[in-house]
Design a protein around this ligand. Structure first.
Ligand SMILES: Cc1cc2nc3c(=O)[nH]c(=O)nc-3n(C[C@H](O)[C@H](O)[C@H](O)COP(=O)(O)O)c2cc1C
Length: 174
C-alpha cells in the first residue's frame, strides 16, 4: 500500500503543502498535469491537493470521476482565505462535495496566500479586476474589507503546522 499525493498547483502553495505531507507520510508527490496512466492501485491511499478557484476545488470533479473505485481518497485545498474563515469554508465544502461525499471523503483546508508573480496572465487579470471592483465599492462589510485589502498584493500565510490535521487523520486510519 502506497500513499500518493496528487497535486494541482499553479503558484506553488499547494505543491509546498504536498511536499510537507510527503515528508511526514513517506508518500510520493505526483503532479496532476503529468498524471497520465499511472500505476495507482485501488488499495493505495490517494491524497488530492488543489487550489481554490472562485470557490471550486480545481479539477476535483475530474479526479473524483477517475478515482471512484478508491476506498481511501482524501482531499485538501489551499486558498487565499485564512483557516479561521469558518463560514466561507463551510460554503466551499458544500459547493464541492455532495451530501454523501461530505461523509465519505475527508476534506482539509490549508491557508496559502496569493502570488501575483507566479500567476498566469488570465488569473492575474481576474484578481486585479476583483481588487478594483472592491476598491470602487462605497461600503464594504468587515469581511469584504479584509478580502479587498488582502488581494491588492502578494502574501504568504502558509505554514507547515496546517498539515497536522490531515497527517493525524491519515496516521489514525492506516
Ligand atoms: C482567479 C482566482 C480565484 C481564486 N479564488 C479563490 C477562492 O475562491 N477562495 C480562496 O480562498 N482563494 C482563492 N484564490 C487564491 C488561490 O486559491 C490561492 O492563491 C492558492 O493557494 C493557490 O494555490 P497554488 O499556489 O498551489 O496554485 C483564487 C486565486 C485566483 C487567481
Amino acid at each position: 500500500m502506497n500513499v500518493y499525493i496528487i497535486c494541482n498547483s499553479k503558484t506553488g502553495f499547494t505543491r509546498r503543502y504536498a511536499d510537507w505531507i510527503a515528508e511526514e507520510t513517506g508518500g510520493t508527490v505526483m503532479s496532476y498535469e503529468k498524471l497520465g496512466k499511472t500505476g495507482i492501485d485501488a488499495e493505495d491511499i490517494v491524497i488530492f491537493g488543489s487550489r481554490l478557484h472562485a470557490g471550486r476545488i480545481e479539477y476535483l470533479d475530474k479526479i473524483k470521476a477517475r478515482l471512484k473505485s478508491h476506498r481511501r481518497f482524501i482531499v485538501f485545498a489551499t486558498g487565499g482565505a485564512p483557516n479561521a474563515a469558518a463560514e466561507v469554508h463551510e460554503k466551499i465544502r458544500n459547493m464541492n462535495f455532495t451530501e454523501q461525499e461530505r461523509v465519505t471523503i475527508p476534506y482539509f483546508y490549508m491557508q496559502g496566500g496569493l502570488n501575483y508573480e507566479r500567476m498566469g496572465m488570465l488569473d492575474r487579470i481576474l484578481m486585479k479586476t476583483a481588487a478594483k471592483v472592491m476598491s470602487n465599492k462605497k461600503t464594504l462589510g468587515p469581511e469584504d474589507a479584509g478580502f479587498a485589502k488582502a488581494i491588492r498584493s502578494s502574501y504568504d500565510i502558509a505554514s507547515r503546522e496546517y498539515i497536522r490535521p490531515l497527517v493525524e487523520y491519515l496516521k489514525a486510519s492506516i
